[in-house]
Design a protein around this ligand. Sequence first.
Ligand SMILES: Cc1cc2nc3c(=O)[nH]c(=O)nc-3n(C[C@H](O)[C@H](O)[C@H](O)COP(=O)(O)OP(=O)(O)OC[C@H]3O[C@@H](n4cnc5c(N)ncnc54)[C@H](O)[C@@H]3O)c2cc1C
Ligand code: SF4
Length: 338
Amino acid sequence: MITFQYARANSVAEAVHLVGRDQNAKLIAGGTNLIDLMKMDVEQPTTVIDITRLPLKQVEGTPGGGLRIGALVRNTDLAYHPLVEQRYPMLASAIMAGASQQLRNMASTGGNLLQRTRCHYFYDTATACNKREPGSGCSAIDGHNRMHAILGASEACIAVHPSDMCVALAVLEAKVHVSGASGDRVIAFADFHRLPGDTPQHDTNLNTGEIIIAVELPPQGFARHYTYLKIRDRLSYAFALVSVAVGLELDGDVIKEGRFALGGVAHKPWRDPQAEAALAGQPANTATFARAADVLLRGAKGYVHNTFKIDLARRCIARALTQAALGTPQSQSSKKII
Ligand SMILES: Cc1cc2nc3c(=O)[nH]c(=O)nc-3n(C[C@H](O)[C@H](O)[C@H](O)COP(=O)(O)OP(=O)(O)OC[C@H]3O[C@@H](n4cnc5c(N)ncnc54)[C@H](O)[C@@H]3O)c2cc1C
Ligand code: SF4
């Protein structure tokens, strides 16, 4: 039994103060990841700071036509929010593809961004893991690595970020609002999560003691042409082997703007400007989609058990882009993609 202090923050300023005075403190929101990590001795906080009473539970429109989502908005409340369903259905769809109903009822927006990897070795304190214990080695590289990265990995870590919601947020180019001892700042979503490099213990570019207070979505929601496709070992309650979020803006059959990101393949949601450039101005057809997939996967590298993911990702990209091009609802589309 490991003892820890419990503290409750009643304001963002108080939470920042509490977390700033104890290097080993951890914030708790829904607790769906932190409690598991504490039970398995992976996280051993000296203080657990309960932030569930903070006034960060609103979803509201921004003056610029976007949406501001408080860090404590539950995954379920976000997915079913009318503004999200109407204007950002890709986000609703990605959230609903994650975890289970009970977990989504508890899990918060901020917690989802900061959930840790699901690499089995990270959870098993009897094994070497550079993310859990820097310098100890990586058991996955020569171990069981079926769920692991094919893009952006390093010799220190080949883990993937497990979130579904974050893949959609990457395509939507969300911004993360944070608050810390030296004030507030905004982090572009592309810069929020990091690649492992030689410091895989750091999942994000959040500074020590900073708290997520909100996630902001720009107005562009791709509500007509979107898809979130998730391939996993069973139909629900499983993490992605590969997932793809797509947002397209079409002018007739020509792609004006195309964005797509992959989940389950890297230490962060994976977007590639060159792959998206291969879509812009091109006809929405299978040849264009296959080319974009090839560009995105040009640097992909598999390990003993996960090489299948490269081909799986290629097919998922083509299928997700096709689905998005067909429009919404896809079942009523009279279009054909050739
Ligand atoms: C069995 C299982 C299956 C799952 N399947 C999926 C899945 O398929 N797809 C998916 O996307 N997710 C999945 N999840 C993960 C789940 O979505 C996350 O656990 C959840 O989103 C975390 O949110 P939380 O509020 O419970 O975070 P917590 O557990 O409370 O916190 C997680 C981390 O975030 C930090 N934190 C929380 N809020 C803030 C904040 N505002 N500012 C700074 N730090 C903060 C905490 O200190 C902690 O380090 C699964 C989880 C489980 C247990
Ligand atoms: S892949 Fe990363 S998280 Fe998994 S064992 Fe290696 S260092 Fe640890």
